[in-house]
Ligand binder design. Structure first.
Ligand SMILES: NC(=O)c1ccc[n+]([C@@H]2O[C@H](COP(=O)([O-])OP(=O)(O)OC[C@H]3O[C@@H](n4cnc5c(N)ncnc54)[C@H](O)[C@@H]3O)[C@@H](O)[C@H]2O)c1
Length: 342
């Protein structure tokens, strides 16, 4: 589903952004069936036929005035837009930090309720043996997930300071069906998701509440004590039906299988030893190149490498001086290629 703004005429409204066909096709009509008017929005075109009572406005979350205009007259904002997978910090910042602020500011101006698509990866580095309540400590497993922590904290700020209500949905794995062993615990079926979103949008009073977004999965032993009772949400589906097919589908990194965040905990990790070796050996590579082959002053590439290695080496003490220049050259080339330092 792409993102959506829902607006109901008296005068509730909302924003949601999602990619899944089922969720897109279902959340819109489900909210529409409440008699609400919907405003859908995304940075990309929304080519498909729109649900009834819906209009689409293309906009960038980073464009504050556009988001403020769009939410005018709305009573509910379903905020599901932005970067939804792990990305470098600079890419996450615009949509998920500045954009988040724009969405909350728009909600504040309208006195609208927010339903915020947070993530289970706000707590990804908790061990799978831990049992967590909704108010547990955050342990995000990446920059995108860190932005979700920021979102939940912003929701708390806007409730404490401005009285703006938010339900933060710590979505597990919203899929048509589970696709690996971890999802036997974290799967959130589309019908359960849709029911959760509608209840979050329509419950009488919510303050700032957190709900774990997983279906009624037999293997979900990690999460408990959240605001579902207040919303009247009781998920119906269970991933156990896929257990036979998926049990063996596990990640190949230790961090993938010991932490609740799964493979995302291992993503983007550069082993410290590799990095230290790479830095040390990069300098040796430069030294070895100088010793063995002289210094080709005309080579831009050589100069760039030398500059990188020198600046890195300045910050770190050197080791393994006993290696021969040629061994260094070979190891530095292999290791630094892997660590992308050259
Ligand atoms: N799908 C899951 O299992 C899951 C799990 C945890 C959290 N979530 C959260 O739920 C939400 C929806 O997830 P999804 O999987 O459907 O993601 P998605 O990537 O399909 O949807 C995000 C939408 O935001 C739009 N977008 C990106 N940058 C934008 C910008 N600058 N301005 C306006 N729109 C922009 C994208 O075009 C996309 O249509 C996301 O916030 C995601 O973090 C999803």
């Amino acid at each position: 589903m792409r993102k959506m703004i829902h607006a109901r005429s008296n005068p509730k409204a909302g924003v949601a952004y999602r990619r899944f066909r089922h969720a897109r096709d279902c959340i819109g009509p489900a909210v529409g069936s409440l008699g609400w008017t919907l405003r859908l929005t995304d940075i990309r075109p929304f080519a498909e036929p729109l649900p009834p009572n819906a209009s689409f406005i293309r906009a960038d979350l980073a464009d504050g005035p556009a988001i403020l205009r769009m939410v005018e007259g709305c009573g509910t904002v379903l905020h599901f837009g932005g970067i939804s997978v792990e990305q470098p910090f600079e890419d996450v910042y615009g949509p998920n930090i500045r954009g988040l602020y724009h969405a909350f500011e728009a909600a504040r101006r309208e006195g609208a309720r927010m339903v915020f698509a947070s993530s289970n990866h706000t707590i990804g580095f908790h061990s799978r043996s831990a049992v967590l309540d909704g108010d547990c400590a955050f342990r995000p497993d990446g920059y995108y997930r860190l932005s979700k922590v920021y979102g939940e904290m912003m929701a708390q700020l806007y409730w404490d300071k401005h009285g703006i209500e938010t339900v933060s949905l710590r979505i597990g794995s919203a899929r048509a069906e589970p696709t690996d062993a971890r999802m036997l615990a974290t799967w959130l079926s589309y019908p359960d998701l849709i029911d959760l979103v509608v209840r979050a949008a329509t419950a009488e009073k919510v303050g700032h509440s957190v709900v774990w977004g997983a279906s009624n999965n037999t293997r979900m032993t990690w999460w408990r004590n959240d605001a579902r009772q207040m919303l009247g949400w009781a998920p119906q589906d269970n991933a156990e039906a896929w257990a036979g097919a998926l049990e063996g589908l596990v990640g190949d990194q230790p961090a993938s299988e010991t932490n609740q965040g799964g493979s995302y905990c291992a993503m983007g990790v550069v082993a410290r030893t590799d990095r230290a070796d790479a830095i040390t050996l990069t300098l040796f590579f430069v030294q070895a190149t100088r010793t063995k082959f002289g210094r080709p002053r005309s080579s831009m590439r050589f100069r760039a490498r030398t500059a990188t290695a020198t600046s890195v080496a300045r910050r770190l003490s050197l080791r393994e001086r006993s290696l021969s220049p040629i061994t260094c050259l070979k190891r530095a080339t292999a290791v630094s290629t892997r660590a992308r330092l050259l």
